[in-house]
Design a protein around this ligand. Structure first.
Ligand code: GLU
Length: 488
């Protein structure tokens, strides 16, 4: 069997969209499933749409996702260059050859005139190019004399062109409706419609994975392959990634790009895992796959043709699963930059990580989760009320007074067991449920209804001095509040 070669061929026009990254991933997986080659090619022939920095962004994303390519601009193989703007002489040479083979012709019409015709014709416009009838010699003489020209595809008037797509099955199109588009522009740049064919052929690409918006143009490409007598690659067109039933996910509409998701605190591994499942179904119910496992499991026949909806909640769930699987040290490393943003107080950061790891779904939640550590939040008596724990502000004050002496007596706040014992003993002594003591302590220390960790963990994180300061402060606040309540 021929070695599988796939390529990811992004245009450097901005951020890495989720749909783009999914295409890259599928190309990578198809190649790696069979020990094939995965190639990166930069399609920068549309200079007007090019965005500065976008090429660097592509390299960065590829490096950070671990989609390692075997050949690419910065990893030359035998079929380079891998940047289309560096291949212009090749396109010119093949365009001339295609003209000789009857698959294309030189065209001298002015673009403004064609536009005018198009406007007058309305929607069903197909340009009937008079230049088609020029002889090749005549046309080449005009080119030699310096006239500006494009190379335009020549399409048979009759007949049908058909092909098999791995996802969409048999596709058939009447040649009569295919338009004779420009292959080589007057500035010598090819259009996508030509460059993709020349490059895929010269680079030995066996499988082409791309968005289904290219399905309707593929018959045109096949006519060119046929004119050259080249092998047609296996086509894998994939449905779009949707935001909801009716709208595609798109950066232009403010939907998240890969970089946005990373910034929000999603792990790259979780993003890759999730987008693998956007349009591909594994054989089992299992949903958590490492890249290595995906390489083993991924097969084209399980790609679906129905559009997949990007569900951020599902991604959050998956991200949480990934976070919990991390070794504590790795999670701690990921969390550190967020602590640095949120905390200046000296505290046991590793203990914070230990408390947070089971609770965090996105790293970006960390800042809010630790806000109470930096400074006391505003007092709110209602936080002391818990129906479940049967606490009220009044009986919370009582519990805090019960425990304060023991909290003062304890030396080592890193001793979780000792902290726990004090609280349990207190509850036992006063014959109340543990929650009647633990809830007030937790609120007194954090001023929050929900915290990453219970009373013991928070006392540990804050340390003795700060914990006692807050307990005393909270007692004072509750005393004051009760006076106000009763005088009202
Ligand atoms: N440069 C094209 C794009 O970004 C690539 C399409 C393809 O993979 O052939 O849409």
């Amino acid at each position: 069997m021929k070695k599988i070669r796939t390529r990811f061929a992004p245009s450097p026009t901005g951020y890495m969209h989720i749909g783009n990254l999914r295409t890259a991933l599928y190309e990578y997986l198809i190649a790696k499933h069979d020990q094939g080659d995965f190639i990166l090619r930069i399609e920068d022939t549309d200079q007007e749409r090019e965005v500065e920095g976008a090429v660097e962004m592509i390299y960065q994303v590829m490096a950070s996702t671990g989609l390692v390519y075997d050949e690419g601009p910065d990893k030359p193989g035998e079929v380079g260059p891998y940047i289309q703007s560096q291949r212009l002489p090749l396109y010119k040479q093949y365009a001339d050859q295609l003209v000789d083979l009857g698959g294309a012709h030189y065209c001298f019409c002015k673009e403004e005139d064609i536009q005018k015709e198009r406007q007058n014709a309305g929607e069903a416009f197909k340009y009937d190019d008079p230049c088609k009838h020029l002889s090749i010699e005549e046309a080449r003489a005009r080119i030699a004399a310096g006239e500006s020209y494009v190379v335009r595809q020549s399409i048979p008037e009759r007949g049908v062109t058909s092909f098999e797509d791995e996802v969409y099955g048999h596709i058939e199109v009447e040649n009569a409706i295919l338009d004779e588009g420009v292959l080589l522009k007057s500035d010598g740049y090819p259009t996508y419609n030509f460059a993709n064919i020349v490059d895929d052929h010269l680079m030995g690409i066996t499988h082409v994975v791309r968005g289904n918006e290219y399905l309707s143009s593929t018959p045109k490409y096949n006519l060119i392959y046929q004119a050259f007598g080249w092998d047609i690659p296996t086509y894998v067109h994939v449905p779009p990634v949707m935001k909801d039933e009716h709208h595609k996910l798109s950066k232009r509409n403010g939907d998240a790009s890969f970089q946005d998701l990373v910034e929000k605190g999603f792990l790259k591994e979780a993003i890759l895992n999730y987008i693998a499942l956007l349009g591909w179904a594994p054989k089992t119910e299992e949903e958590i796959y490492s890249l290595k496992e995906l390489e083993k499991e991924f097969t084209i026949d399980r790609i679906s043709k129905s559009p997949a909806i990007f569900d951020i909640e599902k991604l959050k769930w998956m991200n949480g699963m990934y976070i919990r699987q991390l070794p504590l040290e790795t999670f701690h490393e990921y969390a550190l930059p967020y602590y640095q943003k949120a905390l200046t107080r000296e505290c046991d950061l590793l203990e914070i990580s230990r408390c947070l790891q089971p609770r965090v779904t996105m790293l970006s939640e960390i800042e809010e989760m630790v806000d109470f550590i930096e400074q006391s939040l505003p007092f709110d008596a209602q936080l002391y009320t818990s129906k479940k724990m049967k606490t009220t502000p009044e009986n919370s004050l009582e519990a805090l007074k019960w425990i304060i002496a023991d909290m003062e007596a304890l030396e080592d706040y890193h001793d979780d067991e000792a902290l726990m014992n004090i609280m349990l003993e207190c509850a036992k002594k006063h014959e109340v449920k543990n929650g009647r003591v633990m809830w007030p302590i937790r609120v007194a220390l954090s001023y929050k209804a929900f915290t990453p960790g219970g009373a013991v963990e928070i006392a540990h994180i804050l340390g003795k001095e700060e914990s006692l300061r807050r307990l005393h402060e909270s007692i004072k606040q509750l005393v004051f509040w009760m006076k106000e309540e009763h005088s009202a």
